[in-house]
Design a protein around this ligand. Structure first.
Ligand code: PLP
Length: 339
């Protein structure tokens, strides 16, 4: 399968011009603790510092900025952060935004979207149900649907992160990217490999409901059952009709790695106590894979993207104080950090 749209570095450079001034560059900071653990310089790209608390502003802004005058409005499905990005971008253009999400989305993310003036629809127990609703709205109300990951403008916007990472640390050898629908990984890998074809890009996700991982293994998009996870932003399928993020991930990712909920729990503690960062479970899958020894041998500077900070603080507090966390029918037994 070849992608019907072919994105290039030029699209990412154009995205950078379009989003400048709103989703500006974020810091890339070294982590002494993680460098010690990795035996290589380890860098954190702090997308948790974006105005909406997550990188998704980049892709959403790029997509919304390209819509023609007279657009009736926009809609999307989301695990929370894409919706917030779309809401922010739509408000800036005075457009109506309707964000469709499942009941798995934490309340803090819903509140953040409403605060930006968007309409919120909570539909069903999966990202698939939310997607069906945003398709219906697009068809019936003439709204433009913006996919969270399978959209060239969204992928190009996320790709601007890859540019900044290599500008900050030109000798990066491995990038660990939290992986869900693959827009982030596809964009970063496209940018990074255009600059340095030898760089290795590894997608990392939770082992329960890892849609892109399963699809890459199968060679075509496969459906997975969506279950509650500490990495709620990584939930959902990749779409049976995936046109771009799947073929791009297949071509550009060197590997995919899975981590358990217990490993994510420990990595949230690690990032908090060692680097003093409050982050979502989705952000720490790279650290989790490192700490659990699941990464291939590292041969030079490594970086991961701290993708967002929009974590439910009740749950976050439980994790960092070592208490039990209930995820649907699964209980993660509490462990204090370092125990
Ligand atoms: C969306 C999201 C991801 C994954 O991005 P994809 O493009 O869907 O792979 C990772 N982390 C956070 C916080 C997100 O919101």
């Amino acid at each position: 399968m070849t992608p019907t749209v072919t994105l290039t570095l030029a699209d990412i450079l154009e995205a950078r011009r379009r989003i400048a001034g709103v989703a500006d560059g974020t810091p890339m900071v070294p982590s002494p603790h993680l460098s010690g653990l990795a035996g290589q310089p380890f860098w954190l790209k702090l997308e948790n510092m974006q105005p909406i608390g997550a990188f998704k502003l980049r892709g959403a802004l790029n997509a919304v900025s390209r819509l023609p005058e007279g657009t009736a409005g926009v809609t999307c499905c989301s695990t929370g952060n894409h919706g917030r990005g779309v809401a922010h971008a739509a408000r800036a253009r005075g457009l109506r935004a309707v964000i469709c999400m499942s009941r798995l989305v934490p309340q803090t993310k819903i509140d953040g979207i409403r605060a930006l003036g968007a309409e919120v629809r909570i539909i069903g127990d999966s990202q698939d149900a939310a997607e069906a609703e945003s398709r219906r709205l697009a068809a019936e109300e003439g709204l433009v649907e913006i996919s969270p990951f399978d959209d060239p403008a969204v992928i190009a916007g996320q790709g601007t992160i890859g540019l900044e990472m290599l500008e900050a640390v030109p000798d990066l050898s491995t990038i660990l990217v939290p992986l869900s629908g693959g827009g982030l990984a596809a964009g970063i890998a496209l940018a990074a490999k255009a600059i340095n074809p030898r760089i290795r890009v590894i997608g990392i996700t939770m082992d329960r409901g890892a849609a892109m991982h399963a699809s890459l293994r199968a060679g075509h998009p496969v459906e997975v059952t969506e279950v509650p996870s500490l990495a709620d932003s990584l939930g959902g399928g990749i779409g049976q009709d995936n046109a771009l993020s799947f073929p791009m991930c297949r071509e550009l990712l060197d590997d995919t790695v899975l981590v358990t909920e217990e490993e994510i729990y420990g990595a949230m503690q690690r990032l908090y106590y060692e680097d003093r960062i409050v982050a979502e479970g989705a952000c720490v899958v790279g650290l989790a894979a490192l700490a659990a020894g699941r990464l291939p041998p590292l041969d030079g500077p490594v970086a991961t993207v701290i993708t967002g900070r929009n974590v439910d603080m009740g749950m976050f507090t439980k994790v960092v104080t070592g208490q039990d966390v209930v995820l649907g029918d699964m209980v993660i037994a509490g462990v204090p950090y370092g125990a």
